[in-house]
Design a protein around this ligand. Structure first.
Ligand code: FUL
Length: 475
């Protein structure tokens, strides 16, 4: 496929393909996360459990991603670093509009591209001139990161920042130790000027700099700096340390999705090789760290705003489907909604976003058919954990919503939900079955009328608390 005119390579190349070309990556095995920690370990089982920050991150379920910068004005996906800052001229930027839209749609956090691969800084960095200060925005006195963080606070949202290590503008990129110092100085500005930051988002892209040189990133140093400056923030990258990439940008977590990982399976961000995507998608039941997966996907085909994509905004049904294949598979949805050249979210996207909340409410509105009946769990002859519940009358069921007590870790490796029509007769019919549950496993199926319900679980270690079972009629 030939790239459309005016666009750069990434429109047709995923970052994985990019990495495969050999433009990304460092010597594996050089990096150690031991000093940084990654989740905690349960005192009882020794298995990994989430930190308070990882638990909060997961329970938030929905975060809004905002790709905004010079690309918004050049109609590109990846800038080349040669853009004139004068082109950055959002006419009516209103970060409160972003935050209001996010909050009204049920999102709990926003993450802004403070710096993308083009190197243009949305804050007035003191260590490069390639920033908003050299643009006409607010007469050269603007700071988009400040407005973004203020808007998050005003609307009660958590704030996250994306700062791309790949910088196609910085003259020291490729002069590895000097650029690592430069990048740490930029991180220090971002993490000391704006108060509490809840997530720091790192991309693994590692292309050429303005001098055509390759850069060797010092990830342990970056991560340690973030941990020191913002101890409550979670750090995202392919290799965590706190949150891992889910392995694709289509919005689909693995059907099997463990929040535990073998840290050696993806040794550094941008690592490529056999088994890496599977490790990101599925996690590892025997993994030694807690590193849940985040599912990032855009509401439009591109990450940045392009007017020609105004008619390609995902539908409400597609957004609900994304919720089910991310949050409903033990992940979190990071949905990108890019601001326009005006500096506002587009009307179409603003109208579309609440459909996700309405869709979820419709799925959940009918209430639980168990009506507060607590399933009584026992051990079946084959060693599985099982419960059976009899309803007062026949009820139609079409949604199964299972939740493990993940504060104690994740142990369910197989589940099956069955229903039977009448109290003493009628065969059991499988309504939903799968592998992992974790924070939440959602299954939506054709309505079935049932009187009795049976849930069977297999686990890789003893459950530290009951699995929450919600079965709904659905909408
Ligand atoms: C990728 C980047 O190359 C894309 O431009 C985008 O920012 C996406 C979220 O991450 O790796």
């Amino acid at each position: 496929m030939t790239p459309p005119p005016g666009r750069l390579v990434p429109d047709v190349m995923t970052r994985r393909e990019f990495a495969r070309l050999g433009l990304s990556g460092l010597a594996a095995g050089r990096l150690s996360l031991d000093a940084l920690g990654s989740g905690n370990a349960s005192a009882r089982s020794g298995r990994p459990v989430p930190t308070a920050a990882q638990l909060q991150w997961q329970r938030d379920e929905l975060a809004l991603f905002l790709h905004f910068g010079v690309n918004t004005f050049t109609d590109r996906e990846w800038g080349d670093g040669k853009e004139d800052p004068a082109i950055f001229a959002p006419s009516t930027l209103d970060a409160r509009q972003w935050a209001r839209t996010a909050r009204a749609a049920g999102f709990r956090m926003m993450i802004l591209t403070a710096k993308h691969h083009d190197g243009f800084c949305l804050w007035p960095s003191a260590i490069t001139k390639h920033t908003v200060a050299a643009s006409p925005f607010r007469g050269g006195n603007g700071d988009v990161v400040r407005e973004f963080v203020d808007a998050c606070r005003a609307e009660g949202l958590e704030a996250g920042l994306y700062c791309s290590p790949w910088d196609r503008n910085s003259p020291v990129y490729g002069d590895s130790s000097r650029y690592n110092d430069f990048f740490c100085d930029q991180l220090t500005e971002l993490l000391t000027r704006y108060g509490r930051i809840d997530e720091v988002w790192f991309d693994g892209a590692n292309g050429e700099g303005p001098n055509g040189r390759k850069q060797v990133y010092d990830w342990p140093r970056f991560w340690a700096l973030v941990r020191r400056l913002q101890p409550n923030a979670v750090m995202f990258s392919d290799a965590g340390p706190d949150i891992r990439w889910i392995g694709n940008e289509r919005g689909s977590a693995g059907e099997t999705n463990w929040s535990t990982m073998d840290p050696n399976a993806v040794p550094y961000p941008g690592a490529d090789g056999p088994g890496i995507i599977a490790a990101l998608q599925n996690g590892d039941p025997n993994g030694t760290v807690w590193r849940p997966g985040e599912t990032d996907v855009s509401i439009r085909p591109g990450w940045f705003y392009h007017p020609e994509e105004d008619a390609k905004v995902k539908s409400g049904a597609e957004l609900l489907q994304l919720y089910c294949t991310s949050v409903g598979r033990n992940s979190k949805l990071l949905l990108n909604v890019p601001p326009t050249r005006a500096g506002l979210l587009h009307d179409t996207d603003v109208a579309r976003l609440p459909e996700i909340k309405r869709g979820i409410a419709k799925l959940m509105e009918s209430g639980d058919v168990l009506q507060g009946r607590k399933p009584v769990w026992g051990t079946a002859a084959d060693g599985s954990t099982r419960c059976e519940v009899e309803l007062p009358g026949e009820r139609s069921v079409s949604v199964s919503d299972l939740r493990e007590p993940i504060e104690h870790g994740q142990v369910v490796s197989q589940y099956m939900v069955e229903g039977a029509p009448a109290s003493a007769s009628g065969a059991w019919q499988v309504l939903a079955r799968g592998t992992t549950i974790g924070y939440r496993k959602l299954d939506v199926f054709t309505p079935v009328s049932v009187r009795r319900l049976r849930i069977t679980l297999r686990t890789i270690a003893p459950l530290a608390g009951p699995v929450q079972v919600l079965l709904r009629e659905g909408g």
